[in-house]
Ligand binder design. Structure first.
Ligand SMILES: Nc1nc2c(ncn2[C@@H]2O[C@H](COP(=O)(O)OP(=O)(O)OP(=O)(O)O)[C@@H](O)[C@H]2O)c(=O)[nH]1
Ligand SMILES: [Mg+2]
Length: 376
C-alpha cells in the first residue's frame, strides 16, 4: 500500500531532500526551481510538502545520497513534520533508498517514482495505461526487494492499476518469481505497444496521403497546451492545474478557408523526464516527430520560461523531432507581467503571444498557422 494508507483522512506529508551542486545552470536538482517543481509534482500526487532539506556541499555520501550529518537532520525534520514519505530530488539507487529508510524510519522515494506515479494516476486510455505500466516495470525491475514494497503507490491518490501491483503482501512471492513475472508482463505489453504504434502509423500514413498537414502541440507540462487546443478547435480536452493532465494524444481537425489541418495535443515535458517514460511513450511521442509543424506552447508566466523552452528542445531532439519546423507560442499573457512578456518576445522574436484563457492573440496565431502550413 502507498504512504497514504497509514494516514487515511488527511493528505500524507512529505519532506524533500536534495543535494545542491555548486556548479550547473541553476535549475538542476536541489536548486530553488527544481525544488519548487518537485513540490508541485508532490502536490499533484496528493502529498503535502512540509519542508525541504538541502545539502549545499558537493561531496555527499554515496551510501545515503546526502552526507551523514544531513541524514541526521533529515531524520529529525521528518519526525518533527510527522512525514509519511521522503522524496529525493533525483534518482536514487536501491541501496541509497534502503539506507535512507533505515536511518530515517520513513518511506523514501525518488523523483522518478513520483513522476511515474502521477502518470499511472492520469492514464485514461488503454494505450496510456500500457505505456505507463511498461515504464513502471522498467523502473521496478532493478529495484525489487522481495517484500513487494517497491511495487506500491507513492502518493495519496488511488492505487495505480497496472498489473495488480502493490496488492501482494510481504514475502508472498520470491524475488526470482517476481522478476520473471514482471519480465513476461513487459514482453506482452511491448507487443501491445507495437500494435498500437502500427495503428498510429497507419493513421498518420492515411492523413499524409490525404495531404492533411498536421500540427503537434508540445511544451512543458502545465503550459496550457490542452487549453490552447480547446481554444483553437472548440474541443474539450482535459484542462487541469496539475502536472501531466494529458497523457493521450487527442487529434482534432481545423478548417480555415480552403485549408484543413489536424492538431494533436500530447504529453507535457519536464526537466529530467525519466528515461523509462521517454522509452515507453515513444509511440505517443512519434506523433510529434511525424508532424509538419510543432506548436511549442510556453507558459509566459513562469519565471523559468526560458529554461523550460530549453528542456522542451532537448526532449524534441531526443525523440527525433528536432528538425520539425517550430512555432513558439507565449501563452498566459493575461497573467504574465508585461515586462517579462516583452523580454521573452525579444528573446524569441518569432513567438506569438496569446492567452488561451481570454482568447487574446488567438486570431493572429490562427493566421500564422495557416500561413506556415500553406507555405509548406
Ligand atoms: N491565466 C491563464 N491560465 C491558463 C491559460 N492557459 C491555460 N491556463 C491554465 O493553466 C493550467 C494548465 O492548463 P492545461 O491546458 O491543462 O496545460 P497542459 O499544458 O495541457 O498541461 P499537461 O497536459 O498537464 O502537460 C490550467 O489551470 C489552465 O486553466 C492562459 O492563457 N491564462
Ligand atoms: Mg494537457
Amino acid at each position: 500500500m502507498g504512504a497514504g494508507a497509514a494516514t487515511a483522512g488527511r493528505r500524507p506529508t512529505a519532506v524533500l531532500v536534495a543535494v545542491h551542486p555548486e556548479d550547473g545552470d541553476g535549475s538542476g536538482p536541489g536548486s530553488e526551481t527544481s525544488l519548487a517543481e518537485l513540490t508541485r509534482l508532490a502536490d499533484t500526487d496528493g502529498l503535502t510538502v512540509a519542508e525541504a532539506v538541502v545539502q549545499n556541499r558537493t561531496r555527499p555520501d554515496p551510501a545515503t545520497y546526502v552526507g551523514s550529518g544531513k541524514v541526521d537532520e533529515l531524520a529529525a525534520v521528518a519526525e518533527r513534520a510527522h512525514a509519511d514519505v521522503v522524496i529525493a530530488d533525483g534518482e536514487l539507487s536501491p541501496g541509497q533508498v534502503r539506507n535512507l529508510e533505515e536511518r530515517t524510519g520513513v518511506r523514501v522515494v525518488d523523483r522518478t517514482a513520483l513522476i511515474l506515479d502521477i502518470f499511472a494516476e492520469h492514464a485514461r486510455t488503454s494505450e496510456g495505461r500500457v505505456q505507463v505500466e511498461l515504464a513502471q516495470i522498467a523502473y521496478q525491475l532493478p529495484r525489487l526487494r522481495g517484500d513487494g514494497r517497491a511495487l506500491s503507490r507513492v502518493g495519496g491518490g488511488r492505487m495505480a492499476g497496472g498489473a495488480g501491483m502493490g496488492v501482494r503482501g510481504p514475502g508472498e512471492m520470491k524475488l526470482e518469481t517476481q522478476r520473471r513475472r514482471l519480465r513476461q508482463r513487459a514482453t506482452r505489453l511491448r507487443g501491445n505497444v507495437r500494435e498500437l504504434a502500427r495503428r498510429r502509423e497507419r493513421n498518420r500514413g492515411r492523413r499524409a496521403r490525404n495531404q492533411v498537414p498536421s500540427v503537434a502541440v508540445t511544451g512543458y507540462t502545465n503550459a496550457g497546451k490542452s487549453a490552447l487546443l480547446n481554444r483553437l478547435t472548440g474541443a474539450d480536452a482535459e484542462v487541469q492545474d496539475v502536472l501531466f493532465a494529458t497523457l493521450d494524444p487527442t487529434v482534432r481537425r481545423i478548417s480555415t478557408g480552403d485549408l484543413t489541418y489536424t492538431v494533436t495535443d500530447t504529453v507535457g515535458f519536464v526537466r529530467h523526464l525519466p528515461h523509462q517514460l521517454v522509452d515507453a511513450f515513444r509511440s505517443t511521442l512519434e506523433e510529434v516527430s511525424g508532424s509538419d509543424l510543432v506548436l511549442h506552447v510556453v507558459d509566459a508566466a513562469a519565471p523559468d520560461a526560458l529554461e523550460q523552452i530549453t528542456t522542451v528542445h532537448g526532449v524534441l531532439h531526443e525523440i527525433g523531432a528536432g528538425d520539425v519546423p517550430e512555432l513558439l507560442v507565449l501563452n498566459k499573457i493575461d497573467v504574465a507581467p508585461a515586462g517579462w512578456v516583452d523580454a521573452l518576445c525579444r528573446a524569441c522574436p518569432e513567438a506569438v503571444p496569446v492567452s488561451a484563457l481570454t482568447g487574446e492573440g488567438v486570431e493572429r496565431l490562427r493566421a500564422e498557422l495557416a500561413a506556415r502550413l500553406g507555405r509548406r
